[in-house]
Design a protein around this ligand. Sequence first.
Ligand code: ATP
Ligand code: MG
Ligand code: MG
Length: 356
Amino acid sequence: GSTIGIIGNGQLGRMTALAAARLGYMCHVFGPGEDSPAEQVAHKATVADYDDRDALIAFADACDVVTFEFENIPHESVQLLTEHVDVRPGWNCLHLSQDRLIEKTFINECGIATAPFKGVDSLADLEKAVDELGRPSILKTTRMGYDGKGQALIRPETDLATAYESMANAPSVLEGFVDFQREISVVVARSACGQWTAFEPAENIHVDGILDTSTVPAHIPDGLIEEAVRIAVTLAEKMEIIGLVAVEMFHTKDDQLIVNEVAPRPHNSGHWTQDACYSDQFEQFVRAVCGLPLGSVERRNDLVMKNLIGFDVEKWPDYLNEPNAKLHLYGKASTRRGRKMGHVNLVYPLGELPKE
Ligand code: ATP
Ligand code: MG
Ligand code: MG
């Protein structure tokens, strides 16, 4: 069979490899650190840093196509892979999702709204940006942030020098605070020939900056479901995605949709699809990357995806006794506070989601 190369070896790579195996593909995963979640289920694993040229070339030569479950890869590495193998999606997609300033600028150029933002490279920049965008606002490092790390909320009383110092001189962006009703996300799959499918929006609740639950259906007006899908598909097309893109959005109090960020890969807020759709996000990802026709994204039941974060995972045996709970564990050897250890999909008949 053909071999799919996956850059990154976390739980997203693990679940992609499982989906690929069902379709008869082999996966070769690449990333640092022994005993990773993906390595445990892949056919082959290279343990190496993302800038290890020799390891990247050997990996590329062993694969028929290469994709990513992690977007923070150095440009030179992607370039090198591209010289040896088909890389899907291309550098353009990673490039813009690696840097919040480039990302938000691109989204606005596509005619899609984001929170107002300003680049910040000094305390003076921050003072000026706060004058323009007001308080509250959120200061974020432009690169490498995830799960709300590298962010500082600027409240009315926040000392700007302290907030600026917490960014450790990393290039940053100040964003106006969006007083949202709720957060939603849409995962779009797109093939090289331009075929696309969009899973319906999920409603996401974050706790301490980390995704806690995703629920389908989202509690948004019907018109906004179509609008959310239109926005996500527009971005998938403009980015020329081959694979998946997840688009996080805020639903504001005046029923507007504002894009927060995009991720050109499977996404935590798409895990609900595993137990609600015939072709889940990981299968759509494999299909898109391998040039197969995309599957059905029709939803067969209502669902709440609950992340098992840190020591929450110790409750996992309880879920085995719940008839509507489908457990997904990532095989991580050590539990740490804030670490994503697994998730559970709580499945309900259509229209029978528990009331909030
Ligand atoms: P992820 O793990 O999703 O990649 P991240 O570290 O890139 O997270 P964001 O998605 O930018 O961070 O922010 C995390 C959460 O913080 C958001 O889902 C939202 O709840 C809140 N948040 C971020 N930006 C804003 C904003 N401008 N206004 C209001 N809330 C925000
Ligand atoms: Mg992010
Ligand atoms: Mg986010």
